[in-house]
Design a protein around this ligand. Structure first.
Ligand SMILES: *Cc1c(COP(=O)(O)O)cnc(C)c1O
Length: 430
């Protein structure tokens, strides 16, 4: 595979951008190669600057559930841009999208748009703190909620992958208010919440973990979380930045039938443009400025371009049968992967829900951060490089999800299965 142009660009990028990338995992350090620079994409296929084509299982880390450059989304962006890209004033499109989002996500009565998932989560915990008058935030080991100070404690893939415990630059005074406890552990959950109840503003959770690889929680764990937080008047925040509009139109909360007090959204909601959102019960959302005292603002928030892209995206997702078709395709693909793993001596565990999945190179079930960390990351690196060379673009870390989009067809998935099979054969020999 020719990668001269990517290599040259990476050298130039490193001179002017830290590590040559604008988000750390993109540097591909965890899989022992240099990043490819992409120049275009269509449907399930991405193309790099050297002209190599790949079937894409990264999907921009989740947003591209329709595949790349979907005509309806592109057309909405083009049309809207002709009338101006940002006014810093209210626009009709944001009302339309807000109504659609509140209709789609079961627990949402009101929603505020921001520009990224990080902004959504940091605003949601500020709101929870303002609402309860308490300071402590409880999160779970290996869950990622963006890069705001309070969350950089045992914070999932980007941080795991680089082996940085938390981050310099985050004051201890801030993270002393963050408690991180094991995912899926009902006992520790109950003890922690009961012991610290009077100080805890909120519990924030990925209702399906996606940033230590995919981990589907026990339903009883989520139920216990809901019951305890309700009993103890703690705000429950679902970080549905990945799962929102992915596991169902109404996200994980619809799929599991468990409703949080606040929800954070991102990724899919912007149709590939930078959009995040947080929302929930009126009673809590009415605390946000200008109705209430909790300040949160944004110059580009709700800008027409981003809102138009989000609307076009959601209108496609609302078409009858969309999620059923995605589920069916994902189940078929996962069955193929499981068969390959089952026929091989290579230890591998497949975690999947809907169109989200991770194949961990490990023996035992992966249910939390500790068990995820047992995965063989060197083996993943070798697998990744073989898949890439064969034209399959996977996430450059063992601790990320593979995403299936509506644009993946049988031939894309069969190509991935064939290559996986030959990669597993090579692993079994070595
Ligand atoms: C990606 C992600 C975020 C952060 O969103 P950005 O748009 O990257 O700031 C927050 N929470 C979860 C669960 C995510 O996967």
């Amino acid at each position: 595979m020719k990668t001269d142009l990517s290599a040259a660009l990476f050298a130039q990028a490193k001179a002017v951008i830290p590590g040559g990338v604008d988000s750390p995992v993109r540097a591909c350090k965890a899989v022992g190669c240099d990043p490819l620079f992409l120049k275009k994409a269509k449907g399930a296929v991405v193309v790099d600057v050297d002209g190599n084509e790949f079937v894409d299982f990264v999907c921009s880390w989740g947003p591209m559930i329709l595949g790349h450059a979907h005509p309806a989304v592109v057309e909405a962006i083009r049309e809207t841009a002709l009338d101006g890209t940002s006014f810093g004033a209210p626009t009709p499109l944001e009302v339309e999208l807000a109504r659609l989002v509140c209709d789609s996500v079961p627990s949402l009565e009101k929603v505020r748009f921001v520009n990224s998932g990080t902004e959504a989560t940091m605003s949601a915990i500020r709101l929870a703190r303002g609402y309860t008058g308490r300071n402590v935030v409880v999160k779970f080991d290996g869950c990622y909620h963006g890069h705001a100070d309070s969350f950089l404690v045992k914070a999932g893939s980007g941080v795991i992958t680089l082996g940085i415990p938390g981050s310099p630059g985050v004051p201890e005074d801030i993270v002393k208010n963050t408690l991180s406890i094991p995912y899926n552990d009902e006992e520790v959950l109950e003890t922690t919440l009961r012991d610290e109840a009077l100080d805890i503003a909120c519990v924030i959770v990925e209702p399906v973990a996606g940033n230590m690889g995919v981990i589907v929680p026990e339903l009883s764990f989520l139920r216990k979380l809901r019951d305890l937080t309700r009993e103890l008047s703690i705000v429950l925040i679902f970080d549905e930045v990945i799962t929102g509009f992915r596991l169902a139109l109404g996200g994980a909360q619809e799929r599991f039938g468990i409703l949080p007090d606040l929800t954070c959204l991102g990724k899919i909601i912007g149709g590939g443009l930078p959009v995040g959102a947080y929302g929930g019960k009126k009673e809590i959302m009415d605390m946000v400025a200008p109705d209430g005292p909790v300040y949160q603002a944004g110059t580009l928030s709700g800008n027409p371009l981003a809102m138009a892209a989000g609307l076009a995206m959601l209108n496609e997702l609302r078409k009858p049968g969309f999620y059923e078709a995605l589920e069916e395709k994902s189940r078929w693909f996962a069955a193929g992967l499981e068969q390959i793993a089952g026929n091989s001596s290579v230890p591998a565990v497949l975690n999947r829900i809907g169109s989200l999945m991770t194949c961990f190179f490990t023996e035992a079930p992966v249910t939390d951060y500790r068990s995820a960390m047992l995965a063989d990351t060197d083996r993943y690196g070798r697998h990744y490089r073989r898949m890439l060379a064969g034209g399959i673009y996977l996430a450059p870390s063992q601790f990320e999800a593979a995403f299936i989009s509506a644009a993946h067809d049988r031939s894309h998935l069969e190509k991935a299965l064939d290559l996986t099979e030959s990669s597993f054969k090579k692993m079994a020999k070595s």
